[in-house]
Write a protein that binds this ligand. Structure first.
Ligand SMILES: C[S@@+](CC[C@H](N)C(=O)[O-])C[C@H]1O[C@@H](n2cnc3c(N)ncnc32)[C@H](O)[C@@H]1O
Length: 211
């Protein structure tokens, strides 16, 4: 509940980057981490979470990490970073993986890791962003993935189709362009889409593979 209140405060003060009224449900977190859960290798993997917020998806990830895995989190908002650090310091499942986990407080578009990732799991509210930024971030997702690596991200159901109908002018142009950028990526690389109804609001989880 404490995290829900903190999240709602950030939604009110930083709507564009927070992008939701409440943290993701455990059902959405489960769908976001399904490929990590079913990993097809015994070798350690590199996992990147983008926009962890108060950590509902992180909570699922930390329980799936094995010794030797590397876990990086990139979060823009300093209040969310404070909450994440507190969780790594106090919650047992998080404490167990603290040595292999690193929080980077910065925008993802500035993040330059030393090596690419097997799994990129993103909670960014792309529909709120300028279209040029969505293009930069969509390219970054694929730059950050290893060959064969998997990107999982969510979007709230029907947001773009509805906004295309109800908005006008520059905002409609922005949504149309975002739709083109993301739909093209999905056409090229999507391996599965999950429908998650038990979330506020219901969401699609898109899973794409870099081939
Ligand atoms: C919709 S919230 C999702 C939070 C959490 N993953 C969840 O599912 O509840 C979006 C998160 O992305 C973060 N964010 C927004 N823009 C970002 C950027 N350019 N780089 C890194 N994080 C960003 C926000 O601060 C926020 O924590």
């Amino acid at each position: 509940m404490k995290n829900h209140i903190a999240f709602f405060r950030q939604f009110r003060s930083r709507f564009e980057t927070t992008g939701a009224v409440a943290p993701s449900s455990r059902f959405l977190a489960k769908a976001m981490t399904s490929y990590l859960r079913d990993r097809r290798t015994d070798q350690p993997v590199r996992v990147l979470e983008i926009g962890p917020g108060t950590g509902p998806v992180t909570d699922s990830i930390v329980r799936l990490l094995r010794p030797g895995d590397v876990f990086d989190l990139v979060e823009l908002n300093e209040e969310f970073v404070r909450i994440l650090k507190e969780r790594f310091a106090t919650e047992s499942a998080w404490k167990a993986v603290v040595q292999q986990s690193t929080i980077h407080q910065m925008p993802i578009q500035d993040y330059q890791p030393s090596a690419p990732y097997d799994f990129v799991i993103s909670g960014l509210p792309l529909n709120n962003f300028p279209a040029d930024l969505v293009q930069v971030i969509s390219d970054a997702y694929f730059r950050l993935l290893k060959q064969g690596g998997i990107l999982s991200y969510f979007e709230y159901m029907y947001v773009r189709p509805v906004r295309k109908k109800v908005t006008r002018g520059a905002d409609r142009d922005r949504i149309v362009r975002i739709d083109e950028i993301l739909s093209e990526r999905c056409r090229q690389c999507r391996i599965r889409r999950d429908n998650v109804w038990l979330n506020i609001p219901p969401a699609w989880v898109q899973h794409l593979q870099k081939t």
